[in-house]
Design a protein around this ligand. Structure first.
Ligand code: PMP
Length: 395
């Protein structure tokens, strides 16, 4: 049987899904399962819906057709307008040095992470080289590396038991997913090649203390602006050869990166930078980072109050630091809560599942099942229901 063609109305519904407020109505059932396992940043829908048509992009059928974006650039599939907006935003926020760096665009920073592993391990050794990351590490690193079974590199995991013997790659996620702490390299061996994953080094999550100045720095719109579905990330890369190999990896895996997504990402980043600009036409814009910072700050207050009330859990405490972007001193307020079950319940993930809250257990991050990671960036109705349940939980 031939599947029916989707009607024009159905296609339009896919292109224009219900607004975030409709989702809230759909989710009115108090008994529903709250899924906070993934870090889906749907909290940001509200801001972008309020911004209205400022970020609407119209792409005609004849546009964005070629594979190529700028053949003179080392990363030939990078749309120049996205490159320009990436540099502008880093200059506005002051979280990374862009001078003397190549920008390599990727289908999310997930593709860039793999491109960086390929570029750094290529031609290094006859044996796969070790990839390490201090626990608790971002669970996806391990999954991606083990799934690919590459002959170039292998997952070793925790830095604690790692004894350096030749070249190795260390992944530094700062602020860290899942626990939110700022991180530095741990192994510090002479054969170390570093990848800094700066997905969360933005002022809504953590004080910007100095501009990142490392060999490979990874960023993603998923966590910067909340546009995870756009699948756009970028790497700032110092070394020409490494940037070339990363570009080659992306050529071999997907012949570049969606131009449509890049153009949309450029428009979004431009809107963020404009919102931070207090001059001229942009004076009355609602600063994206300030708005998001206050939302997340409020959520952390609610979470800490609920944790205190339940007396079953604990959350990490972060030191205050001065943020050069906001000119204020504050504490990190991560995109995830790293919750520890302090009661007899040994498996915190199973315990919370009984209360219809889905989380990701500590073992995925190389830690004990007493811990769980909980997304703080979900839609308001889900977050509120989670807090309500948490504050009344007892073992
Ligand atoms: N790095 C870290 C630390 C992350 O938390 C995530 C998203 N969960 C990613 C990378 C992947 O981002 P992207 O959506 O750009 O692939």
């Amino acid at each position: 049987m031939v599947a029916a063609e989707p009607t024009e109305e159905k296609v339009n519904n896919l292109i224009n899904p219900p607004s975030y407020s409709n989702y809230d109505e759909l989710d009115a059932d108090e008994d529903r399962v709250v899924n906070l396992d993934h870090g889906d940043p749907t909290m940001y829908e509200k801001y972008w819906e309020k911004e209205g048509d400022k970020t609407t992009v119209v792409i005609s059928g004849w546009q964005s057709m070629s594979y190529f974006s700028d053949v003179k650039n080392l990363c030939w599939f990078l749309e120049p307008t996205l490159g320009k907006e990436v540099i502008r935003l880093h200059n506005v926020v002051g979280n990374a040095i862009t001078e003397g760096r190549h920008i390599v665009v990727g289908t999310g920073s997930t593709q860039l992470f793999q491109a960086a592993l390929y570029a750094l391990s290529f031609g290094q050794s006859a044996q796969p080289i070790s990839v390490v990351s201090a626990t608790p590490y971002y669970s996806f690193y391990r999954q991606v590396i083990e799934y690919l079974k590459s002959g170039l590199y292998k997952w070793v995991g925790d830095t604690a038991n790692f004894s350096e013997d030749g070249p190795y790659i260390e992944l530094i996620t700062s602020p860290n997913n899942p626990d939110g702490f700022m991180r530095q390299p741990v192994v510090n061996g002479s054969g170390g090649m570093l990848i800094h994953d700066f997905a969360y080094y933005w002022p809504q999550y953590t004080p910007i203390t100095s501009p990142g100045d490392h060999d490979i720095m990874l960023f993603t719109v998923s966590k910067t602006t909340g546009h995870a579905g756009m699948r756009i990330g970028w790497a700032l890369v110092k070394d020409d050869e490494v940037a070339k190999r990363m570009t080659k990896f992306i050529e071999l895996s997907s012949i570049g990166v969606s131009k449509d997504s890049q153009l949309r990402a450029a428009k979004i980043l431009q809107a963020v930078s404009n919102s931070c600009d207090n001059t001229g036409d942009f004076q009355n814009r609602e600063n994206f980072f300030e708005n998001s910072h206050h939302l997340i700050e409020d959520r952390w207050k609610q979470l800490r109050a609920a944790v205190k009330q339940s007396r079953m859990f604990s959350t990490p405490e972060f030191p205050p630091a001065f943020c050069t972007y906001t000119n204020r001193t504050f504490k990190t307020q991560p995109a995830f809560a790293w919750l520890k079950c302090e009661s007899e319940a040994e498996d915190c993930e199973s315990f919370l599942r009984k209360h219809k809250v889905l989380t990701r257990g500590g073992k995925h991050f190389g830690m004990s099942p007493q811990y769980v990671r909980i997304s703080m960036l979900d839609r308001e109705s889900n977050f509120n229901l989670f807090i309500k349940r948490l504050s009344t939980m007892h073992s």
